[in-house]
Design a protein around this ligand. Sequence first.
Ligand code: 4AD
Length: 466
Amino acid sequence: VQEWTEVGTLTEALRDRYVLVRGRAQAIRAVGKNMAFLVVREKGFTVQCVVTAQPDSVSRQMVKYAAGLSRESIVDIEGVVSVPTVPIKGASQQVEVQVRKIFCVNKAMPTLPINIEDAARSETEIEKALQAGEQLVRVNQDTRLNYRVLDMRTPANQGIFRIQCQVGNVFRQFLLSEDFVEIHTPKLIAGSSEGGASVFKLDYKGQPACLAQSPQLHKQMAICGDFGRVFEIGPVFRAEDSYTHRHLCEFTGLDVEMEIKKHYFEVMDIVDHLFVTMFDTLNKNCAKELEAVGRQYPFEPLKYLRSTLRLTFEEGIQMLKEAGVEVDPLGDLNTEAERKLGQLVLEKYGTEFYILHRYPLAVRPFYTMPCFDNPTYSNSFDVFIRGEEIISGAQRVHVPEFLVERAQACGIDVKTISTYIDSFRYGAPPHGGFGVGLERVVMLFCGLNNIRKTSLFPRDPLRIAP
Ligand code: 4AD
């Protein structure tokens, strides 16, 4: 049995060696009747394979067969590695395979709805190609998402989802090393967990129920159950009527909840160490993926400090005011104000990653602990990358009577969350936590302009397929 060689490992060191590779026929070009070129792709690497008719080994029929393969078909190629004298354009590997045998493992349909090479071009490359009179189709976002399986094959998308994998991995490894326990909470729940209208209602065997808007209530109940420190990576459902670049109806929530001794700053310390570790790890371990993303969607590396900047909401409002932006000092910041503050913070402190804390109580969910010195504000925080929110967190109310009061004040039907509130009647420690949107972290770390780019199969108000 001959061994397989991966396309990515085909280098000059293998000159004259007979190799067997499997990949996709990314591009196929015939030159007369005696020659055909195939660009074969495997795991994002590409190699040029040359089929030349030769009296004793390669027939003209084989050249014809190669030239007639459909793009994206899976092929096995056997041949000899050679090193051309001129650099190879259009393939990642700087060697060629002189083909002896070709076997089509499984063919793709003759014309595909997306041409991968077109889908992989940057805006600048598209402009250049159009100016040069090249015929190409600009692949728009809806088409990409309709044919996501094809769109996924571009180097940038390969990079994005490998980076996403690393974000989840660092999140898990870091928290495990800090003595957190991974939990799994139900996604079918009786009442809404975040309040508001953005909840998918459903019928649960005759009882009203909904899809969890977050693991909020159950992760807190795990703290009441003595786990001390917990985290979860799981789906979160929001029936948002938001048609924005950063809202999905289903996303992956990275959630944390922990006992605190004195201060919600203990939760912010975890955020700080976790994210600095995450950014360092991404820059170190995903250099190739980040480069692939940047080649199609150019971006500047994220600027962040070794110790994450913390500003109070009031300080943020003041900075905005000094820059001539008037906002309600007890309201939430809108997207524009958040962006503006992000710019101001970058100019003043040189970071695109920071924590804004002590938000007005009125704009936070019912379970948020008011500030002890001034209940107009709360022991809560949001975290921003490049002027956009990726995390919200807080200390929680752990006294049941007060929790009921807060829920009622926020218009929540206490009956629907009675088991949650009862959990605090059996004795509950002070605690806090936060929730992160996975897709937003990847979008903003990579400076991408739309969250649909970082969700493998995005769900938004207009899309539930594929
Ligand atoms: O701000 P949110 O709604 O907070 C909670 O769910 C709390 N239970 C978290 C906590 O522990 N206090 O959501 C948390 C994060 C946001 O910062 C954002 O990154 C992301 O989840 N997020 C969304 N991502 C994509 N689409 C949406 N519709 C999102 N809504 C929130």
